[in-house]
Write a protein that binds this ligand. Sequence first.
Ligand code: FPP
Length: 251
Amino acid sequence: MSFKDKIDLNRLPRHVAVIMDGNGRWAKKQGRLRTFGHESGVTSVRETAEAAAELGIENLTLYAFSTENWNRPRHEVEALMHLLIRTINNEMKTLNQNNIRLFAIGNLKALNKNTYKHLLKAIDDTKTNARMNLILALSYSSHDEIVEAAREIAQKVKNNELAVEDINDNTISKHLYTKDFPDPELLIRTSGEYRISNFLMWQLAYAELYFTPKLWPDFRREDFYEAIVNFQCRERRFGRTSEQVSEKVKL
Ligand code: FPP
């Protein structure tokens, strides 16, 4: 029996975020270059995106490249950028067939011109798709995102467009890259690492965290379904007691 059969389609997370980790270790285990691991990870990206869209998940965010990743050896960074362009171009047909809309979050201006150009074109070419948002975090840093939001808010206060006492949770959320999406309810991280790694730190405040030892290139649809089943077994309390949750007490 597949984990898919155990999924309650009425209780799906609206937004799943994924830290795709372990490409390098996967490649090393087979005596191959790290870049082979990244290339092999594309199959996992495709399977995960298709599985999420078919289930009816509205938003899927994939951590594809962090600001810290710029510090990797130059050839690896270049290989990742080429792979990104190639994958986006190759997957356009699948994205459109599956009615998936592409978005990107992060310091996109830091990408090289060619990567940025292809990315913007793909985003534009999928803008009428409405089944699922596929959000790529690229040159992304949660700290930078929050600093940028703080600067924008401070500027508005300075311009008398916003009063200090009116700043609340929502003000912060509406100044983040993710302002158009609900916060993720589930974070999946592969490769047995138990870290958030500067990813969506504000947005993950109430997310359920799911860690699997599988390395990203080995991650398949069935692993994604398993994560969803695991999520649905959790009791999401948001600070309330277990009794309050089970009695559906209104606060
Ligand atoms: C982490 O593994 C993975 C990345 C930094 C890149 C993820 C990229 C892909 C899966 C390929 C293309 C993706 C898209 C969305 C087109 P790691 O290199 O840190 O692995 P390690 O921890 O084993 O060294």
